[in-house]
Design a protein around this ligand. Structure first.
Ligand code: CP
Length: 353
């Protein structure tokens, strides 16, 4: 059973800080729901990285593939994605298949009984009657958290993974980004002490928010937020970083920052969140990674992007060995295998293999 929520209602729960909510997302001291980056500490991040590398190794042989597929045979997952997705949807589906799970999906609410007036809460509670895991992408910030809270109070509190919640968070993306950083800097002192530039639409970019939250777990990291002033990082996240003593600077000029960093994390403009076409009034081209920047980027630095991309990261950059965003895509599947394995307490079987 998930930790029973006694003496706390939804309103009180919402007032808690992210780190205080963590206990409601765990079961028997282990991970259960994956809702927000604040629930991860350094020990857990290191365990996820180690487990992911082990899974990748096991999957290289037929015996290993069969072993992984035996781990969650008979378990079922629901992928409820009511916002567009290519990578997250497919990599979660592939991750479930790697572990032998079967998947169902709802990607279009016009095909569900929400069209008959059923609430989203009842819809997701219905899923929990049929499956053992719910992975959800939803336009509303906090919806996955609300579902985790509601399911915790039912007799069938199946785990919920937040696969992107509006402009707010995308924790599994941030975890695959951490794994990518960890692998890239394995021979260069790890993530500790690294300087990372987040570039673009930081105000509405859930991937950068979730990754910035996770970076507080690493020592002496410095973050550069490089964005037009209209799209700079939100005050809530900057306050969090200040409280956690994570050093950061806000910058407007990408070219000046590039020689100073170990990682450049590019993002597209998130114009799907425009209220009145405001993105069109912003000159985003100043936040494109130009080919000439390859000459001033340090030799061991990396270029990341959560994808999908637009003009901010032209395909001509792909050939540079420091461009690792396609590796990020692949890492996403393996990290998601690792997360699902941990939720179902199969990590020990994998470590012992
Ligand atoms: N990075 C990411 O979330 O991609 P998708 O929107 O394609 O899932």
């Amino acid at each position: 059973m998930a930790q029973v929520l006694k003496g706390i209602d939804w309103e009180t729960f919402q007032q808690l800080r992210g780190s205080e909510k963590k206990e409601y997302f765990t079961r028997d001291e282990g991970i259960f729901h994956i809702i927000m980056s604040q629930q991860f500490d350094r020990k857990l991040l290191d365990e996820i990285c180690e487990l992911t590398t082990k899974i990748r190794g096991i999957s290289k042989g037929n015996k290993g593939v069969a072993f992984l597929q035996s781990l969650l045979q008979g378990k079922r997952a629901m992928l409820y994605f009511v916002q567009p997705s290519t990578r997250t949807f497919l990599s979660f589906m592939a991750a479930c298949q790697v572990l032998g799970m079967q998947c169902s999906e709802v990607r279009d609410t016009t095909t569900s009984s929400e069209m008959k007036g059923e609430s989203q809460e009842d819809t997701v509670r219905t899923f929990s009657s049929y499956v053992d895991l719910i992975v959800m992408r939803h336009p509303q910030a906090g919806f996955a958290e609300r579902i985790a809270f509601l399911l915790n109070q039912t007799r069938r509190p199946v785990p919920v993974i937040n696969a992107g919640s509006g402009k707010d968070q995308h924790p599994s993306q941030a975890l695959l980004d951490i794994y990518t950083l960890h692998r890239s800097f394995e021979n260069y002192g790890g993530i500790d002490g690294k300087r990372i530039a987040f570039v673009g639409d930081l105000k509405r970019g859930r991937t950068v928010r979730s990754l910035a939250y996770l970076l507080r777990n690493y020592a002496d990291v410095k973050i550069y937020f490089v964005a037009p002033k209209e799209l700079q990082m939100g005050e809530d996240l900057k306050e969090y970083l200040q409280e956690q003593s994570v050093e950061f600077e806000e910058r407007g000029n990408l070219k000046e920052v590039i020689p100073k960093v170990d990682a450049v994390y590019m993002t597209r403009i998130q114009d799907e969140y425009d209220e009145a076409g405001e993105s069109k009034r912003i000159d985003y081209s100043a936040y494109y990674f130009k080919k000439e920047y390859l000459k001033i980027l340090p030799p061991n630095a990396i270029i990341m992007h959560p994808l999908p991309r637009r003009a901010e990261l032209p395909p001509e950059i792909d050939q540079d060995k420091r461009a690792i965003y396609w590796r990020q895509v692949r890492n996403g599947m393996w990290v998601r295998v690792s997360l699902i394995a941990q939720i179902f307490r199969k990590d020990k079987d994998i470590k012992d293999y």
